[in-house]
Design a protein around this ligand. Structure first.
Ligand code: ZN
Length: 166
């Protein structure tokens, strides 16, 4: 697997050192969001300090959610690189698992989305709007297929690279 894809500023981090808490993504957050707010792009509702899928309140403010900002700017928070010989021969199956993991997470967490699948000859790069989803995808693949799982964090921007290989 290419190490060139590891951008500067990323450091290896043990899984148990990663943030377990659902720290809200502050990407492009100008100030404290008014409540309730609704994202005009995806319909997520901000209420009680969290983005949720919920009925849109009548008197809601309009503010783009961090996930839509990231999609619009093509600026992922998470990068998951999947590769190796086993991956190459199970690509579709593993991709389905990744999609399933996203749907499961996204159904309750509107900010957890896959941005893109970038197909490479011997690998797949999955970009996400959320670091926790990137970690969750890495965990799900590792749990199902074992292999080598690594995390690299860029703490100043809270970006996460997950590398899995088998
Ligand atoms: Zn949105």
């Amino acid at each position: 697997m290419s190490r060139k894809s590891l951008a500067p500023g990323f450091h290896p981090v043990r899984r148990d050192r990663l943030l377990q808490e659902e720290a809200p993504d502050a990407y492009k957050l100008r100030s404290k969001l008014a409540e309730p707010s609704v994202c005009p792009q995806c319909g997520a509702v901000f209420r009680a300090g969290r983005w949720l899928w919920d009925d849109i309140p009548k008197e809601a403010h309009h503010d783009t959610c961090p996930a839509c900002h990231r999609v619009n700017d093509n600026y992922p928070a998470g990068y998951v690189n999947l590769g190796g010989a086993f991956f190459a021969s199970h690509r579709d199956e593993i991709k389905n698992l990744v999609r399933h993991e996203e749907q499961r997470e996204r159904s309750t967490h509107p900010l957890k989305r896959i941005m893109a699948f970038e197909e490479q000859s011997d690998a797949l790069l999955v970009t996400t709007t959320d670091v926790h989803l990137a970690r969750g995808i890495g965990d799900a693949v590792h749990q199902a297929y074992q292999g080598e799982l690594e995390f690299h964090l860029k703490p100043d921007e809270n970006l996460l690279r997950v590398t899995w290989a088998r």
